[in-house]
Design a protein around this ligand. Structure first.
Ligand code: GCB
Length: 591
């Protein structure tokens, strides 16, 4: 089902707020059959980890239980009732009263259950959900549960952000007609000044007549069509573009005679994306990316979606002069994608396939190498989970004009045996699902240009580099030489656009030093400036995304001080010196 919308035929009730909550334990038997024990309540949407003052819950491994009582409104008897979770990190089992109604694996994409016939208008019912945060070598992202010295389970993982868990996005009850719009796929194009919108509508039930209209911002119809598939043409179309996000509304109506059986509306941005030579063209014009790798990460609520923080983050990005970001390292809340559509930000939309690399630490610090693509780690089941993550991401976000590319993995072991065999089929799936958008991945330094085995499968390549930080630390002069040599290598071998997807330095806000001291605000700013000098010399570079927009929480470790500090803003969104440096470059063209 497409994202829930309100319309003349559809109603949604948000189930956000406090839910009963309890971590799983041996004492709980079929807890969905009764009221959850204890007095804990957990807010939705929020990760549960930082809500309670309880280290063992913060680091909990396994299931937690959420529960609430709902009422189905009187009058909800004609239509179907859908229970929709925008996300549950990472796996969920859902029960209505005593009955299991659905399960889902994958922490950042929506799922739903048709609960019609299990709930009754005017009567209450109980929703119970278990959310399991366990990561194994066969989940995306991967992880491993180990037993610590004191015999307790502990979740380890291969990615650099905290394994925040729970119901971090909204839950809704949706009333939808029995005959309804079930899916829409749009492809927009341009023929001279005429905009084209190819549409393909799928329905549930037997729709007699399908009427499609494209409305402008004043709600005037500018094009219309009939039937499940067709093409709309808009002469002198207003285009969706970076900073100029014109959105039309596609209104699909299913009719029985003159009765509207279902009405679904969707924002449409008419725009094109193309990779040509060393450039990425948006609406036929070369685009230069300025922006960030980000995280969904705020104090207390953690990965919980929050509109106030979202709007503020976009304002800060605009202040810097940014025009784009990557959803590193997982699909962000749908509200973020909708907002990026409306604000005219370009988004590189990434799957949660981060950590498919057993050699990052070994590669950086010279420890022994282990095979990533093997029975023991990224195996056939991992690949299946990865494929499903790609399918669910593209299904969810395929109609967003802001999404201009799919990134199917971050920093995999792309130089290793088995990497090509693992990725080639996944690239094929992604291209079948969406032949219109470029595909990319973020390359890691441990798989350099002369050893990488997958770069040619993609339309452009994302490059993550930390010269001046993990390499040539405190020596920006040598870092500059090494960075340039590295990027020249990629350009000469692959002859495709290169987007710098990560570069940066950990920085303690408030630490100042006159001369090149890593962790100081000056050093971070100097490192960015040094990198910009190099980027500006390389023709294939189509822009830069700084790592990271803001400081974020990670698992504990000797190279992390209360998280990763590479933000140009602190975790509470105060600017470091680097934010001003970026603003100068991105708004005034100064280096
Ligand atoms: C990377 C990863 C990112 C880390 C970053 C770092 O290459 O893609 O997830 O947070 O490095 O700061 O080490």
């Amino acid at each position: 089902m497409p994202k829930p919308v309100d319309s003349s035929t559809r109603t949604n009730i948000l189930l956000d707020g406090l839910w009963r909550f309890v971590p799983d334990s041996e004492d709980l038997h079929e807890p969905w059959k009764t009221t959850l024990p204890g007095s804990m309540e957990c807010p939705v949407p929020a990760s549960y980890n930082d809500i309670f003052v309880n280290p063992s819950l913060r680091n909990h491994v396994g299931k937690v239980w959420y529960q609430r009582i709902c009422h189905l409104p009187r009058g909800w008897d004609q239509d179907d009732t859908i229970l929709r979770f925008d996300a549950a990190t990472h796996a969920a089992e859902v029960y209505i009263d005593d009955e299991h109604v659905t399960s889902h694996v994958g922490g950042y994409t929506p799922f739903q259950a048709d609960i019609s016939g299990k709930v009754y208008p005017g009567r209450s019912f109980r929703i119970t959900v278990s959310v399991d945060n366990t990561l194994t070598n066969e989940t995306i992202p991967p992880g491993k549960v180990i037993t610590t010295g004191n015999g307790k389970p502990s979740q380890t993982y291969y990615h650099d952000f905290f394994n925040y868990s729970g119901l971090s996005r909204s839950v809704r009850l949706c009333s939808v007609p029995k005959t309804r719009v079930e899916d829409i796929t749009l492809i927009t194009g341009l023929e001279g000044s005429t905009g084209t919108v190819i549409y393909d509508v799928a329905t549930h039930g037997d729709a007699k007549t399908v009427q499609v209209e494209l409305l402008d911002v004043d709600h005037k119809a500018v094009a219309s069509g009939k039937g499940l598939k067709g093409e709309l043409k808009v002469s002198d179309a207003n285009l969706w573009g970076p900073g100029t996000p014109y959105l039309y509304t596609l209104r699909v109506r299913l009719l029985d005679g003159s009765t509207i059986v279902d009405e679904y509306t969707l924002s449409v941005g008419i725009r094109t994306v193309e990779v040509k030579g060393l450039q990425i063209l948006i609406n036929g014009k070369p685009f230069q990316f300025k922006g960030f790798g980000r995280h969904e990460d705020i104090p207390i609520q953690a990965k919980g979606h929050n509109d106030a923080w979202m709007v503020h983050d976009f304002e800060l990005m605009k202040w810097c002069g940014a025009n784009s970001f990557r959803t590193s390292h997982y699909p962000y809340a749908e509200d973020v994608m909708d907002y990026a559509d409306r604000q005219g930000f370009l988004v590189i939309d990434e799957t949660p396939a981060v950590g498919l690399n057993l050699n990052i630490v070994g590669g950086l610090f010279g420890a022994g190498r282990k095979p990533t693509f093997s029975k023991e780690f990224a195996n056939d089941n991992t690949q299946k989970a990865h494929e499903s993550a790609i399918r669910e991401l593209i299904q969810r976000d395929k109609n967003h004009p802001c999404v201009i590319a799919w990134s199917i993995t971050n920093e995999c072991g792309s130089d290793e045996d088995g990497a090509r065999e693992y990725f080639e089929p996944l690239v094929k799936v992604a291209r079948q699902l969406d032949p219109t958008r470029p595909l990319t991945y973020a390359n890691c330094l441990t798989s350099p240009w002369d050893k990488d085995r997958i770069g040619d499968l993609f339309d452009f390549i994302g490059i993550n580099r930390y010269y001046g930080w993990y390499q040539n630390n405190a020596d920006l002069a040598s870092a500059e030489i090494a960075l340039e040599k590295d990027l020249q290598g990629w350009q000469s071998r692959f002859k495709c656009p290169l987007l710098i997807m990560e570069y940066g330095a950990d920085t303690m806000a408030g630490l100042h030093a006159m001369e090149g001291l890593p962790w100081s605000e000056e050093y971070q700013s100097d490192l960015l400036t040094m990198s910009h000098r190099v980027f500006d010399k390389i023709e294939a570079i189509v822009g830069e995304h700084v790592w990271n927009f803001a400081d974020f929480q990670t698992g504990p470790g000797i190279i992390r001080v209360d998280g990763n500090k590479k933000g140009v803003f602190t975790r509470d969104r105060r600017p470091k010196m680097a934010a001003h440096t970026l603003r100068k470059r991105w708004t005034e063209g100064r280096q």
